[in-house]
Design a protein around this ligand. Structure first.
Ligand code: TPP
Ligand code: MG
Length: 371
């Protein structure tokens, strides 16, 4: 810390880590976890498969098949670790980047792609997967999640809710209000903040003068910082926070310290605002490489296993691509369907105008009705 550092910001924040970037296991008195070889292999497979889905989606967007895509590159461990900590009864509220959590909730990746292709409005039933629809309005899902958790609490059910959001979202009023409600009502909710260091082009320094996890204490609940590129640590820390929520101990803020290795979305060019060596430094902390190194070093998996996972990833990529391209285009007027819960005069008028405009092309004369 420099002499200009804000008061109180000089203590180095503790980062829960169970697996180093080199693939060495680290013990932790509070957050240790016993994983079988099968479980570690399975986590590795999840990480590789979701990265492959993401890569395919970026390629599809570049080829004009998706309108947009928000890549999860670099955040696989944060999402798989926390996602695999959930039980079936738990409920998750994602942002627009939680493709890894969607994978853990058994949401077909093609349904995610359908939304970014503009052919569905989310495409999955939130109750079927206990995975809410993607939320683009930054931070608003934290209020939805806390409200849901308070409902679960009033039902007397033993389930936890997890809400995902980013470092930039912590500056939103909604997020801070949701912290207050969760705290005051002791809601069974886990706030899972993926601090990927950037909010589009805004660096973390523009959001906070103290480590984000420390904000929780001001609201009256525990905050913890975990190595977001360590899938073991993310799993262990989230499991504990979810158990606390289910056991009536109230909310926890988890700050998963990670890095957005790709662009904010496919519409963004990060070379305009960040230096290349920052990315190079984070590549050394890659969430997949460290699990691979751990499996390899400890002879828990051989070359054949890694090749099999890669082949499965390639097959999955191809399958996702094929089914994405086969998604039927909706009828143009379908965009007016769910604007309101019931009929609405203005929407009806706009639909009529639009249909007349489309019909004008068939008649060979432009009526101008759509202008
Ligand atoms: C209320 C609101 N304001 C602004 C935006 C535009 N916007 C989209 S993503 C984003 C940055 C979010 O950053 P962060 O919370 O760190 O999440 P990340 O994208 O890094 O995962 C902004 C400002 C929005 N979608 N909603
Ligand atoms: Mg961010």
């Amino acid at each position: 810390m420099t002499a200009e550092a804000p008061r109180g910001a000089d203590a180095p924040p503790e980062l829960i880590q169970l697996l180093t970037p080199e693939g060495e296991r680290v013990e932790h008195p509070d957050y240790d976890i016993e994983l079988t070889t099968e479980e570690v292999r399975s986590l590795y497979r999840d990480l590789v498969l979701v990265r492959r889905i993401d890569l395919e989606a970026v390629a599809l967007q570049r080829q004009g098949e998706l309108g947009l895509w928000a890549s999860l590159l670099g955040q696989e461990a944060a999402q798989i670790g926390s996602g695999r900590a959930l039980t079936d009864a738990d409920m998750a509220f994602p942002t627009y980047r939680e493709h890894g959590v969607a994978w853990c909730r058994d949401v077909d990746p093609v349904k995610l792609l359908g939304m970014f292709r503009g052919v569905n409005h989310g495409g999955w039933d939130p109750y079927e997967h206990n995975f809410h629809l993607y939320t683009i309005v930054i931070g608003s899902q934290t209020l939805h999640g806390v409200g849901y958790a308070m409902g679960v609490q009033r039902d007397g059910a033993e389930a936890a809710t997890i809400v995902y959001f980013g470092d930039g979202a912590t500056s939103q009023g909604d997020v801070n209000e949701s912290f207050i409600w969760a705290s005051v009502f002791n809601a069974p909710v886990v706030f899972f903040c993926q601090n990927n260091q950037w909010a589009i082009s805004e660096p973390l320094e523009k959001q906070t003068r103290i480590p984000l996890y420390k904000r929780a204490s001001g609201f009256g609940f525990p905050g913890i910082r975990v190595d977001g590129n360590d899938v073991f640590a993310c799993l262990a820390v989230t499991r504990k926070a979810l158990a606390d929520a289910r056991n009536g101990l109230g909310p926890t803020l988890i700050e998963a310290f990670t890095y957005r290795m790709g662009a904010h979305t496919t519409s963004d060019d990060p070379t305009r605002y960040r230096v290349a060596n920052e990315l190079e430094a984070w590549k050394l902390k890659d969430p997949i490489e460290r699990v691979k190194a751990y499996l390899f070093k400890n002879q828990l998996a051989d070359q054949e296993f890694f090749e099999k996972v890669d082949a499965e990833a390639d097959a999955l990529g191809k399958d996702v691509r094929r089914r994405c391209l086969e998604l039927p285009d909706p009828e143009p007027q379908a965009m007016f369907d769910h604007v309101y819960g019931g009929p609405h005069a203005l929407v009806d008028e706009e639909r009529e105008q639009y249909l007349a405009y489309l019909a004008s092309f068939e008649n060979g004369a432009e009526t101008g009705a759509g202008r």
